[in-house]
Design a protein around this ligand. Structure first.
Ligand code: SF4
Length: 303
């Protein structure tokens, strides 16, 4: 006898199309729920602060989240800043004002072994898209060291490192919207669990997550959030800079470099002299010494 088909079998399609990929908005929401759970379970939050508009909006957002969860920024949030020396704008006062306003008790600044301008002199070359040592050696590396120290001092076995990149800034950063949260391989470590501490094997000694909370925010939304907070952005924006980048950032537009020269002519003269000294210009085919009144090249923003 032929086996009878289960009821409704004729309605089951032979081919089920795969479910659509989650949208960046859905991925952002999943990350947010995960972060909220980690925070409720006692994780610490370390926020990279450059002093720029994006990290200011991120701080506002993150503090709103902590308060929504009933958590105190004074105990659960640390602001971290990598000090690039005289290459960058003074952010001391601005960061202190933000920390006070948002009730953050700890603002940590980390100094790499040498200033960025001295690294350029030593290497005899400016950073570039291919050799972006300004970020790896002067920001990322020192911040990783700082995160280890903060976790040790505060006894945090789980920490979330929040970073303020936005998809709108560049094609590279757009990709971050697909991974708004991921494990930090380098900072996450496991330990051997002895039999006396439970079932022997391996367990997490420190878990660090990287989270991009404002990756989907547009520039208008960033400014709107800052406006709503009632606080000022760093004064270089009012002076005409589009980014709070280094004073002579290799990715800065000509307009930003012109504003930078007007705001700190002494540093700018040093940067021009450095180009001559090392025989290498800030960008291929463009020297700071040639910065004239030509139209803006629109080259503002990270790769
Ligand atoms: S602002 Fe520009 S020069 Fe400075 S660290 Fe960032 S990419 Fe490098």
């Amino acid at each position: 006898m032929k086996p009878s088909a289960p009821p409704g079998a004729s309605q089951i399609p032979l081919f089920q199309p795969p479910p659509p990929d989650p949208t960046p908005e859905e991925l952002g929401l999943v990350a947010l729920e995960r972060v909220a759970k980690l925070l409720r379970d006692g994780a610490g939050l370390i926020l990279s602060r450059s002093g720029g508009k994006d990290s200011q909006a991120m701080l506002d957002y993150v503090v709103e989240l902590l308060r929504h969860l009933g958590l105190d920024p004074a105990t659960r949030l640390v602001l971290a800043n990598a000090d690039l020396g005289r290459m960058e704008w003074d952010v001391t006062e601005h960061l202190a004002m933000l920390a006070k306003h948002y009730g953050v008790a700890e603002l940590r600044r980390v100094k790499p072994p040498r200033e960025l301008i001295d690294s350029i002199r030593r290497r005899g070359m400016w950073p570039s898209r291919e050799a972006r040592y300004c970020t790896s050696d002067h920001k990322r590396g020192p911040l990783e060291k700082l995160i280890r120290a903060v976790c040790r001092e505060r006894g945090w076995t789980t920490a979330i490192h929040a970073m303020g990149e936005r998809a709108q800034e560049s094609p590279m950063r757009r990709k971050l919207a697909l991974t708004p949260m991921e494990l930090h391989d380098k900072l996450t470590v496991t330990r051997t669990v002895k039999a006396s501490d439970g079932p022997p094997g391996f367990g997490p000694a420190r878990t660090v997550w990287v989270w991009h909370p404002i990756v989907l925010l547009t520039i208008d939304e960033v400014w709107a959030r800052i406006k709503r907070s009632g606080l000022e952005a760093h004064p270089v924006y009012a002076a005409g800079m589009r980014r709070l980048s280094c004073k002579a950032c290799v990715f800065a537009s000509k307009n930003d470099l012109r504003v930078s020269r007007a705001l700190d002519p002494t540093f700018f003269a040093e940067a021009v002299a450095l180009e001559r000294e090392i025989g290498h210009t800030i960008r291929p085919g463009f020297s700071l010494a040639e910065l004239d009144d030509s139209p803006d090249d629109g080259a503002a923003g990270p790769p």
